[in-house]
Design a protein. Structure first.
Length: 618
């Protein structure tokens, strides 16, 4: 708004009236902006009679630029028809996105006929390519007449004001139809083309994102022309919001799609933060536009649009300087496209008004389409190359996986067979050792042989269980039984071990009798392994506790085994259920073991659809 104030003050020193527009048979200059005068009503409350007495200032440019404001702008011009043949003329305002336009057309009786137009005026017919306002009027004598136009719009806008004869308007409409038909056809063809390729040819995430951006930018362009909303609704207010929102939400697309084109995570952190804030700020502003619809929110959305475009360009420049990877096949047309899009909002903000800037914007748009067409062949070839390499890699991995599965099956079969072969002679050894122990109960050598043979047999049984787990052959075998006596019996088998090691062993159940369904074999192996592990690492004079908690509502038995052993380092707790893992891998470690017991416990618990956790304190 400031730049218009400055212009009006400057012009005031030269002229305070508009030039007269003379219509004749040779009238060839339809643009009348420079022959009009403007008055800004900052209150927006002055009536038409009050306005007629105000001092209007001649407008110096070929196109109006109205700022984001609550002000009402009045346009005044004097017109005289000297044509002998042409009595019917047409006023043309080429921007229908203005919210409210009031045309005051002089009548023979000295009054004015008021015609209301603008994007908030209901129109019974929706015309896809209509974005101009045309007001026909008839000249009734050769005298000079004064016309007025009232402009009310919180949204900043630009417009050209023209006078046409019927024949001139027909030529204008034909030219406009050809131009817009070509542009819209080009847009529609591009949308169909990229969408079809995205769905059926290049099924790549980046290409699909670029296709989505192409569709969004096309919708935004139609919204900017005021022709999108009317294709969905006849409500003028809703149509206006649709037209504006598809345009103002574009910074969301610009900021998100950069993650596919640039190595965003390598950029300075403050730039990444700004990039992440842009979508949320866009949504915040757009919601306020819908709820409150104030000029400052509209201006904020336009500023954010322009800022985002410049910010995107800066990020590309930084990436080039830092030599970060850039997807140029996408980034080049993307940059050309958004620089073309920024032309109109930059003009609305008064940031540029250079001669030929509109043609330059059109040049960028056409160049974008041509370059993307040239790059598309390389994009498709690159996609096909990557697809073939991916398929080959998947085929190779599949073959390797099959070989590994075959090798793993052979290993498991060998493992199972040799374990069975070990168990048979061990069983044959244990039977005569048992007889000898009975005959010689005080023989310590026989006791050592018996203990280690049992330990070896237990280890082989664990290995066989692991083999069955891997083969999926170990299934739950559930049966009903009395649980407290079952767990009491399991715990009692460790009483002699606790006594021999001088360890206090406590068994807690908290209930006398309860029946339930359980896999006795697997639960017995779980409890035995946990208690064996607890006693192994608990020194003389310490305590081992096993507690069974029966949760009737959830039909769950919670088994807790607690010891006062050496503990487990925090950085190694996560590994203790891994097969063959030893916390102390030193050959001279104090506690022996194979790393099978706890791994088997975890897998048996999972077979029973249970959970196991471990806690350790220093």
């Amino acid at each position: 708004m400031k730049f218009i104030h400055l212009t009006l003050v400057f012009i005031l020193s030269f002229s305070s009236f508009s030039q007269k527009i003379v219509l004749n048979d040779d009238f060839k200059s339809p643009n009348i902006c420079r022959q009009t005068a403007i008055f800004e009503d900052t209150t927006g409350a002055l009536t038409f009679p009050e306005i007629r007495s105000k001092n209007f200032v001649t407008y110096p440019k070929r196109m109006y630029f109205f700022p984001f404001s609550n002000s009402t702008f009045w346009v005044k011009f004097k017109l005289e028809n000297q044509s002998k043949f042409q009595k019917d003329w047409i006023l043309l305002w080429d921007n229908a996105m203005v919210e409210n336009l009031y045309f005051y057309i002089p009548q023979p009786n000295g009054t004015f006929r008021v015609i209301k137009e603008g994007c908030l005026v209901y129109k019974p017919k929706n015309k896809f390519a209509e974005n101009t306002v045309t007001i026909p009027f008839k000249t009734f004598d050769n005298k000079e007449h004064v016309f007025y136009v009232k402009v009310q719009s919180q949204r900043g806008h630009q417009a050209s004001f023209e006078v046409h004869s019927t024949a001139q308007l027909h030529e204008y409409n034909l030219s406009k139809f050809r131009t817009e038909g070509f542009m819209n056809g080009l847009f529609i063809l591009r949308i169909i083309y990229v969408v079809l390729i995205a769905f059926f040819v290049v099924r790549d995430r980046t290409f699909r994102q670029y296709s989505g951006l192409t569709v969004a930018r096309t919708m935004a362009y139609w919204g900017l022309l005021g022709i999108l909303g009317s294709t969905f609704t006849s409500n003028p207010t809703l149509a206006m919001h649709i037209n504006q929102q598809v345009y103002y939400t574009m910074p969301i697309w610009f900021s998100i799609i950069l993650y596919s084109f640039l190595e965003v995570n390598r950029l300075p952190k403050f730039l990444i933060i700004i990039l992440k804030i842009i979508p949320y700020l866009t949504i915040f502003i757009c919601v306020n536009i819908i709820i409150f619809y104030k000029w400052y929110w509209l201006k904020a959305a336009t500023i954010l649009f322009v800022f985002t475009v410049f910010f995107v360009v800066i990020l590309h420049i930084i990436s080039i300087v830092k030599k970060y990877k850039i997807e140029w096949f996408y980034s080049t047309p993307f940059l050309l496209g958004i620089c073309s899009n920024v032309y109109i909002p930059a003009r609305l903000l008064g940031m540029q008004d250079f001669p030929g800037s509109g043609l330059f914007s059109l040049f960028l748009f056409v160049t974008e389409i041509i370059l993307f067409g040239l790059f598309l062949g390389r994009i498709i070839r690159k996609y096909e190359k990557n697809r073939i390499e991916t398929n080959n890699e998947l085929l190779f991995n599949k073959e390797q996986s099959f070989k590994l599965q075959t090798l793993d099956l052979a290993k498991n079969n060998f493992f199972t067979n040799i374990s069975h072969e070990f168990r048979t002679p061990l069983t044959l050894i244990l039977a005569p050792v048992e007889d000898l122990r009975k005959k010689n109960p005080k023989d310590e050598v026989l006791e050592i042989i018996h203990r280690n043979a049992n330990r070896l047999l237990e280890l082989i049984n664990q290995l066989l269980d692991i083999s069955k787990l891997e083969a999926g052959q170990l299934k739950p075998e559930i049966r009903e039984m009395e649980l407290t006596s079952f767990f009491r019996r399991l715990a009692s088998s460790f009483a002699s071990l606790a006594e021999s090691k001088n360890i206090k062993f406590e068994v807690t159940q908290g209930i006398e009798e309860v029946r339930g369904y359980i896999d006795t074999d697997k639960v017995e192996k779980i409890v035995n392994n946990l208690l064996s592990n607890a006693f192994k690492f608990t020194e003389s004079g310490k305590k081992v506790l096993i507690e069974m908690e029966y949760l009737h509502k959830s039909s769950v038995v919670r088994i807790k085994v607690k010891d006062e052993g050496i503990g487990i380092p925090k950085d190694k707790i996560g590994n203790i259920f891994d097969r063959f893992y030893q916390i102390d891998e030193n050959m001279n470690r104090k506690f022996d073991g194979t790393g099978i017991g706890l791994a088997l416990v975890k897998e048996l618990v999972e077979v029973l659809k249970g959970k196991i956790n471990v806690w350790s304190t220093d």
